[in-house]
Structure formats: structure tokens, C-alpha cells
Design a protein around this ligand. Structure first.
Ligand SMILES: [Zn+2]
Length: 324
């Protein structure tokens, strides 16, 4: 008898945009600069079949690459993003950040950020988990199915970032590092940066080990606030729940021992604040991917063969830069 608290549009800064059979989420705070394009895809639309039924935008095992490409084309077309070049990385739950540029021959180039330089930077699509750019016509993308997708924009310097953060990346500080790289590479003052945190698995459904919960408590000053104990004292008060449902309620393993639940979004907020972002400029779409498999793919709920959503952000190529 789980009641999910995370299935709405959050602080009112998000809206669902429907077009044809597809739906995407947009952050209203990101809609204001007309040179900016961004979106969080949902599974609505597309032509993939179970177990990745819907708009699967990841080249997942068992899925025909041509089908994924067709879905991607459909998604980009619905955004009016055909004129962009899609930038992506092979996601490995790291803290590797790349600055994306366009070479003279038109090909995209991924320049590793930070020290030491990560290996694999010579590949056309390198391994990593965050992208930044200040060049028009490049659509940064990350894929997720429970992990936290984060988009950043600096409206003053016209720079953007896309971040894929699961527990490993979050624990290692990828959100903070990416905001730091925007400052270092584009002179983006953190106070001018806005963040949009897309749909991800939320604390209601994200059971973790005691060890992992402890690691977050140790890595963040306010880490205790990210960890929720199972609501043992509320079990007896849930309405209409027959007693047999109490045998293995959410938050309990097969042995009946309570397990902690982790709030990755709280960790993301904390990291972005630590990087210098104003709390009022951090917007969260309050959807839980595991609670809402009607609208999103969930790795935890549906398994590794489920599809992947995509979060994208870019600077429109046709808009001219303001005169200095
Ligand atoms: Zn949930």
C-alpha cells in the first residue's frame, strides 16, 4: 500500500509538453532565454516494445539500434532540434566531464576537463558522465532510467551542462565538479547558474545498503538528512492494508530487516548549493521513476533491459549573441 509523494510537477516550475503521442518535461525557468533549448524525455511515444516499451532513447541490450535511432529522430524532431548535433558519452558512473566543441571540419570534439586528463579522450564518443559547452548548435545529452539527470544553464555567459548522476557519481561529487568546470572554462559565476533536476528514483523507492547510506552520511555534512529509515511506526496505520501485506513491506529485505532509503535528489541539491548555486535557482521535477513506470523507465523497478530517457540542453544555432 505504498503511497508515493513524488509524482507531481514539483515547485510548479515544470510542465509536461505533449506533442503527437510523445510527452516531455520542460522547466519553466529554462524557457525564458529564447536561445536555449532543453527537455527531459518520457517513455510516452516511440515504437519500442517491451521490456523497453515506448520512447527508448538508449542503445540497450536486446533493442535494435535502428529502432533507437528512429526514436531519437522522433524525439529531436518533436523538439525542433534537427539542426543540432547530438553530443553524448558512454556513461560509466564516473566524475569525468568533457567540454564539447566543434572542430573546423564540423566534427564534435570532446575535451576532457580537470586533471589528470582522463583516458579515452581521443575516442569519438568518450567515456564520462557530464558535458559542458558554450557553442551553439551542440545538443548535450545524458541518458537515465532512475539515475538523476541534471541540466545547468548560465544565462549571462551562455553556457550549458548536462550531468548523469547515479549514486557513484553523486558520492564523488559530479554535480559540484561540473558547476566548477563551468566556472573555470566559461567564467560562469555559480550564482548565475540555474539547475533543473529531472525525474529520477526517489527516496520512496530507493532502498540501499547500510554501507551506502553510511557513505553518504560521511561524504556530506548534512548527509543524515538524505537517509530515511523505513516508516515502521506507520505500518499499522495504513488504511485498508490486509495484514499479509505487512510481511515484506517496502523498505524491508527478505529477512525482514529494515533498510534505509536514500534521497539522491537531496544530495544533488546539497552539492549544487555547495558549488555556489542559489537554492532558489535549483528546480526539481518531483517525479519518482519507479513509482511512475507509466511515464518513465525505471531500472530498479523494471530491470536492466528497460529503456532510457534522455535529458538534453543546447544553445540554438540561429540566435545571435548580444553585442558586448
Ligand atoms: Zn517512488
Amino acid at each position: 500500500m505504498r503511497v508515493c509523494y513524488s509524482q507531481n510537477l514539483g515547485d510548479g516550475n515544470f510542465k509536461i509538453v505533449s506533442r503527437g503521442g510523445s510527452k516531455r518535461l520542460e522547466c519553466a525557468a529554462f524557457a525564458r532565454p529564447n536561445w536555449l533549448l532543453h527537455a527531459f524525455s518520457t517513455r510516452a511515444g516511440g515504437g519500442s516494445r517491451p521490456p523497453a516499451a515506448g520512447l527508448n532513447l538508449g542503445f540497450t541490450a536486446g533493442e535494435a539500434p535502428a529502432r533507437v535511432q528512429k526514436n531519437r529522430n522522433e524525439f529531436l524532431r518533436s523538439l525542433g532540434a534537427e539542426v543540432f548535433d547530438l553530443a553524448e558519452v558512454h556513461q560509466i558512473h564516473s566524475t569525468l566531464v568533457y567540454r564539447v566543441r566543434r572542430r573546423e571540419d564540423g566534427e564534435l570534439q570532446y575535451l576532457p576537463c580537470g586533471y589528470p586528463l582522463p583516458s579515452g579522450s581521443g575516442k569519438p564518443v568518450p567515456e564520462g558522465d557530464a558535458l559542458i559547452t558554450n557553442e551553439p548548435g551542440i545538443l548535450l545529452s545524458v541518458r537515465s532510467a532512475d539515475c538523476v539527470p541534471i541540466l545547468l544553464v548560465d544565462s549571462e555567459r551562455r553556457a550549458v551542462a548536462a550531468i548523469h548522476a547515479g549514486w557513484k557519481g553523486m558520492l564523488s561529487g559530479i554535480a559540484e565538479k561540473t558547476a566548477g568546470e563551468m566556472q573555470r572554462q566559461f567564467d560562469s559565476p555559480p550564482g548565475a547558474v540555474r539547475a533543473a533536476i529531472g525525474p529520477s528514483i526517489r527516496a520512496c523507492c530507493y532502498e540501499v545498503s547500510e554501507d551506502l547510506a553510511g557513505a553518504f552520511c560521511g561524504a556530506f555534512a548534512e548527509g543524515e538528512r538524505f537517509v530515511r529509515k523505513p516508516p515502521l511506526n506507520q505500518r499499522g496505520r495504513e488504511p485498508y492494508a490486509p495484514p499479509f501485506l505487512f510481511l515484506a513491506p517496502p523498505g524491508h529485505g527478505p529477512d525482514g530487516a529494515p533498510r534505509p532509503h536514500l534521497d539522491l535528489v537531496a544530495a544533488a541539491r546539497s552539492q549544487l548549493r555547495r558549488a555556489g548555486l542559489s537554492p532558489s535557482r535549483i528546480h526539481v521535477a518531483d517525479f519518482c521513476t519507479a513509482c511512475r513506470t507509466d511515464l518513465f523507465f525505471s531500472h530498479r523497478k523494471e530491470g536492466s533491459h528497460t529503456g532510457r530517457m534522455m535529458a538534453v540542453i543546447g544553445i540554438r544555432p540561429q540566435t545571435k549573441r548580444p553585442r558586448p
